[in-house]
Ligand binder design. Structure first.
Ligand code: IMP
Ligand code: MG
Length: 189
């Protein structure tokens, strides 16, 4: 049974490492969208901290929106059934859209959102995620900017929760201490 003591959490990515990596990702995004404008869409709730840190490093004009998606499944794994519980408010027609997500796991959530966005006629849709659990992917989905690759494990902190807890931790922690995943920066793999 899970108990609410932070001693059970093992830090796998520190707040300092995240700060450094977010700067690098923002640098790539600034380069790729030079001279263009962007709509950044954060997926609530998990991406709120990542989006806040990322957009403050962006140098082009940026508009911000959020969506919230409900996935029917257990609290630790999403099912293929996804629905909006909060839709986009900005008009993305003809615009460059960057979806900002905390973790891509099975890929169901992102696939659903990308498909819905594409129907609204954007100029482009790209995806930036903090953590890619690539090995767990069930649907084929391209992630354009990846902060860290983590093979598996249930992660909390920096916006990520378990039963709404731990979102405020500055680093990323593994909730299951019996398994210690390593994290990779994709280009250094
Ligand atoms: P997917 O649809 O399976 O790709 O699930 C992605 C969503 O599940 C993310 O937006 C997260 O909110 C949640 N999720 C997946 N893995 C974790 C985790 O390790 N910790 C916390 N949330 C997770
Ligand atoms: Mg999420």
């Amino acid at each position: 049974m899970f108990s609410d003591t932070r001693d059970e959490l093992i830090e796998i990515i520190s707040g300092e490492e995240i700060t450094k990596r977010v700067k690098t990702l923002a640098g790539e995004i600034n380069r790729d969208y030079k001279g263009q404008e962007l709509i950044a869409i954060g997926i609530l709730k998990g991406a709120f901290i990542f989006l806040a840190d990322l957009v403050r490093q962006l140098t082009m004009p940026v508009q911000i929106d959020f969506v919230r998606l409900a996935s029917y499944g257990s609290s630790m794994e999403s099912s293929g059934k996804i629905a909006f519980s909060k839709d986009i408010e900005l008009d993305v027609g003809g615009r460059h859209v960057l979806v900002v997500e905390d973790i891509v796991d099975t890929g169901y959530t992102l696939k659903y959102l990308k498909d819905v966005l594409e129907l609204k006629g954007p100029e482009s849709v790209k995806v930036c995620c903090l953590i890619d659990k690539k090995e767990r992917r069930k649907v084929d989905i391209e992630v354009d900017y990846v902060g860290f690759e983590v093979p598996k494990g249930f992660l909390v902190g920096y916006g990520l929760d378990y039963n709404e807890q731990y979102r405020n931790l500055p680093g990323i922690f593994n909730l299951n201490p019996s398994y210690e995943p390593r994290s990779y920066i994709p280009s250094e793999r």
